[in-house]
Design a protein around this ligand. Structure first.
Ligand code: MEV
Length: 454
């Protein structure tokens, strides 16, 4: 099975259809209006006219009736901005990355870093598979060792009957692949046996299937152990569904404003070490990583709470909370490594129902859950580098300020071709407010300063 997966992945990476894949480089995208961006995506064959209409509609195609099929007591729909992370190359493939997020700077920062990384081949990322864990808690056994031995002795029978509960998943090449039994015996707590069922969920995130298997196995586990089965639920500490993403960026590509590439790299390493030794910093470091991963998770209709829970729990696996990504220098190269569980799917859940989520999948052009997880790993690493690079050089506020000024200037009516100059003047002025932007814009137009831009 592992071999087949590996071959599928290699096939994916060297896919001959890649020649039709749109480039993730789109020069000047940030200067365009949203209408122009959508038109350009149609022109490049990323989306079609119907998709463009969907993007321009309110609610992204999700009406109250659909919302009512998704949750209880629905009264409406909450919209979020959807943007594209640009410049991504992951495992040699270009990806336009849909990101749904309300915070400014995230998409700009990740696209900026992806552009830098692209110069040295982009990101490498490996998802180890789609295996999740279903937990069955057993309490009240008379003889704990015997109970454990009984489960272990019937391993094959248990796996076969678990698989009989999910024939479709088995048919798709997944299903229960193994189990383990843990005896938890900790001081003042009640003793318990915990049976872990390892379930390959293929391209689904898998929560429903796992919970059904865990519930379906309960009677037999009670019979074998003589105890009482209590909780039957998946674990979001999906440490058999990890992704490892890396990038290697030469110093020469890191020079930034007055900072040399070496200074930027050393600053990023120092910031990484801060997160490695201090959980207070690690939490913020990891929040920045999740800015990117969470945004892709939401855009692709996945359960971001599950992903967050698993990623943070993994960071505390040895008893101390640690960063999801670290940075080192090798010779004249900055090397970044991210490793976390990423539990996402490309089928099921809102992916079936939500029209904009379906469109996000179409734009991303991924073929499997593992491939989506690999792209997300790369996005997390890029997001981390974007934050550390800003923090280690001019600080985070300056970049935020210019993005804020850009949106204020656009709200004040500056045309895309006027934006750069108005933003520059607005920042010099220091009062980044719409009324001030309007005054500046009108004065610059009147004096002819914006004519060359028109
Ligand atoms: C803000 O949303 C994220 C950062 O705080 C991340 C970090 O500090 O690494 C900038």
């Amino acid at each position: 099975m592992l071999e087949t997966r590996k071959a599928q992945r290699e096939d994916r990476v060297s896919n001959h259809e890649d020649k039709d894949r749109p480039s993730s480089r789109i020069g000047g995208f940030y200067r365009m209006s949203t209408r122009e961006r959508v038109d350009l995506l149609v022109e490049r064959g990323v989306i079609d006219a119907q998709d463009a209409a969907l993007l321009r509609s309110h609610g992204g195609g999700l009406d109250a009736q659909m919302a009512n099929q998704m949750v209880e007591n629905a009264i409406g729909v909450l919209e979020l901005p959807l943007g594209l992370g640009l410049n991504f190359k992951v495992n040699g493939r270009d990806y336009l990355v849909p990101m749904a997020v309300e915070e400014p700077s995230i998409i700009a920062a990740v696209s900026h870093v992806a552009k830098i990384a692209r110069g040295s081949g982009g990101f490498e990322a490996r998802a180890e598979g789609n295996v999740m864990i279903g937990q069955v808690q057993v309490v009240g056994c008379e003889d704990w060792d015997k109970a454990r031995e009984a489960i272990e002795a019937q391993r094959d029978e248990l796996i076969a009957s678990a698989n009989a509960l999910q024939p479709n998943m088995v048919e798709r090449g997944g299903g229960v692949t193994g189990l383990e039994v843990r005896l938890i015996d900790e001081g003042n707590y009640q003793r318990m046996l915990v049976v872990h069922l390892f379930i390959d969920c293929c391209d689904a995130m898998g929560a429903n299937a796992i919970n059904s298997v865990a519930e379906g196995m309960a009677p037999r586990i009670e019979e074998l152990t003589g105890g009482r089965v209590f909780l039957r639920i998946l674990s979001n500490l999906a440490d058999r569904r990890k992704v490892r993403a890396t990038c290697r960026i030469p110093f020469r590509d890191l020079a930034w404003k007055s900072f040399s590439g070496k200074e930027v790299a050393e600053g990023i390493v120092l910031a990484s070490e801060f997160a490695e030794v201090d959980p207070y910093r690690a939490a913020t470091h990891n929040k920045g990583i999740m800015n990117g991963i969470g945004a892709v998770c939401i855009a692709t209709g996945n359960d971001w709470r599950a992903l967050e829970a698993g990623a943070h729990a993994y960071c505390a696996r040895d008893g101390r909370y640690r960063p999801m990504a670290i940075w080192r220098i090798e010779g004249e190269t900055l090397v970044g490594i991210l490793e976390i569980p990423i539990q996402v799917g490309t089928v099921g859940g809102p992916i079936r129902l939500h029209p904009t989520v379906q469109l996000a999948h179409k734009i991303l052009r991924i073929e499997s859950a593992a491939e989506l997880a690999e792209v997300m790993g790369a996005v997390g690493l890029a997001q981390n580098m974007g934050a550390l690079k800003a923090l280690a050089t001019e600080g985070i506020q300056r970049g935020h300020m210019s993005l804020h000024a850009r949106s204020v200037a656009a709200t004040a009516g500056a045309k895309p071709e006027e934006l750069d100059r108005v933003v520059e003047r607005l920042i010099e002025d220091g009062e980044i407010k719409v009324h001030r932007a309007r005054e500046i814009l009108l004065a610059m137009r009147a004096s002819g300063e914006l004519e060359a831009a028109g």
